[in-house]
Ligand binder design. Sequence first.
Ligand code: HEC
Length: 268
Amino acid sequence: MKIIQRLLVAAVGVLALAVPTAWAAGEYYKPNKHVWSWEGPFGTYDRGELQRGFLVYQQVCSACHGMEQLHLRNLGEQGGPFYLAEYPNANDNPIVRAIAAEYIVEDGPDEFGDMFERPGRPSDRFPYPYANQAQGRAANGGAYPPDFSVIVKARKQGPEYIRSLLLGYDYEPPDDLEVRPGNYYNPYFPGGLLAMAPQLQDDLIEYPDGAPATREQMAHDVVTFLAWASEPHMEARKRMGLMVMIYLLALAGLLYAAYRQVWSNVKH
Ligand code: HEC
């Protein structure tokens, strides 16, 4: 009994210590709920959202955030924003080739041992915005803009959190919080202060499909794109899961029929 008593006392002690520290660490808001087309066992990405989300990433976020684990050709693979059934090999996909060609990539060394620059190709990785991490930090007041390859998976409630964060700059900071130059108040960020300025304003970019580029729409689209980037093969995985379920159900039916057959002559 004594040991249980002691354990209880210890547990209460830990709680008493932990709860106020969590509160003191800064009041921050839970991410707002949001509906995504790709939720649930049958959810798929909306191609329009993916394409617009890529545009937001390309024109806004990619100035600071890399996506090192993705190649440009991923954009044209099945399930990707610019997949075309006529081009099963994404390296041949004309949209992806055009997107890649807009980038200048360092390559080499050539036969003289020199590095040279050339237009990007679908087989290149997404270009990295800085020469190295230290430069990324220096350009952002010491805070490193995290890589986006798996950011949606790397944060708790990733999609909702990133969306809320992007739209969460309109709050007044509490009186006792000092917001230094280079820092911005955003209650969705743990601690409330981050080194990223607000990024989205209405009509910041123009969507070629004519969708209104409101802040909400851009946040929704870019998060959808980042969710795809974190799991480019989600749709294939869900399809496979469905097929496995159907197979298992059919197998269960067969096994049940066989069981009935085998035991049909046994009298009780
Ligand atoms: C001018 C540079 C810059 C641009 C452009 C930019 N960010 Fe950031 N971002 C940062 C920096 C710096 C941080 C790190 C902030 C910190 O840790 O205080 C950051 C952090 C983040 C984080 C991580 C928050 C966390 O939990 O760690 C997310 C998500 C994010 N940015 C999303 C975006 C999106 C989406 C866009 C495009 C719409 C974008 N950013 C554009 C500089 C930028």
